[in-house]
Write a protein that binds this ligand. Structure first.
Ligand code: FES
Length: 154
């Protein structure tokens, strides 16, 4: 037969375990991909490129991940990463891919919205924050498009 004291002790232990378990799950959940150098994962298409004289030149043909209006790609060039979106047949936007919250590389894209894998900040294709925790917009870079060549000035 359990005494009242034993019952209270066991109840307290069970409650402690439940609280600790829940807190641990929350802590682990927040540990995701906090490595700012980690650009793996995410669903965005990748393009490898080079920076030459302060510009990146991309050929946009039918095979390019940027062939369709509404598409976007993560352009990786000379240890820098850029988010490039085709917003109209002749219009592109280029942004830094480094999140303004804690510097993770942004690798998610869906429906004109970029999502950071670390804490879920979202940005539109002009770089504006549409969901925090980030509060600052992504830096933008000038783009020019002609004869299937996209030039990004970085
Ligand atoms: S680094 Fe925290 S949301 Fe991007």
């Amino acid at each position: 037969m359990k005494t009242r004291r034993e019952f209270c002790l066991r109840s307290c232990q069970a409650a402690t375990l439940a609280i600790f378990g829940s807190s641990l799950a929350t802590i682990l959940e927040g540990c995701g991909s906090d490595n700012p150098m980690d650009s793996s994962g995410g669903n965005i298409a990748r393009i490898q490129a080079s920076i030459v004289n302060g510009t990146i030149t991309l050929t946009i043909d039918a095979n390019s991940p940027l062939a369709a209006v509404g598409s976007a790609a993560l352009v990786q060039a000379s240890n820098s990463s850029f988010l490039v979106a085709r917003t109209a047949p002749d219009t592109f936007t280029a942004l830094t891919a480094i999140c303004t919250h804690q510097a993770c590389t942004i690798t998610g894209y869906n429906n004109q919205i970029y999502t950071c894998p670390c804490h879920g900040s979202q940005f539109n294709t002009n770089g504006r924050v549409v969901r925090g925790p980030a509060t600052n917009a992504l830096r933008t870079f000038q783009t020019q498009f002609a004869s299937n060549q996209l030039i990004i000035t970085v």
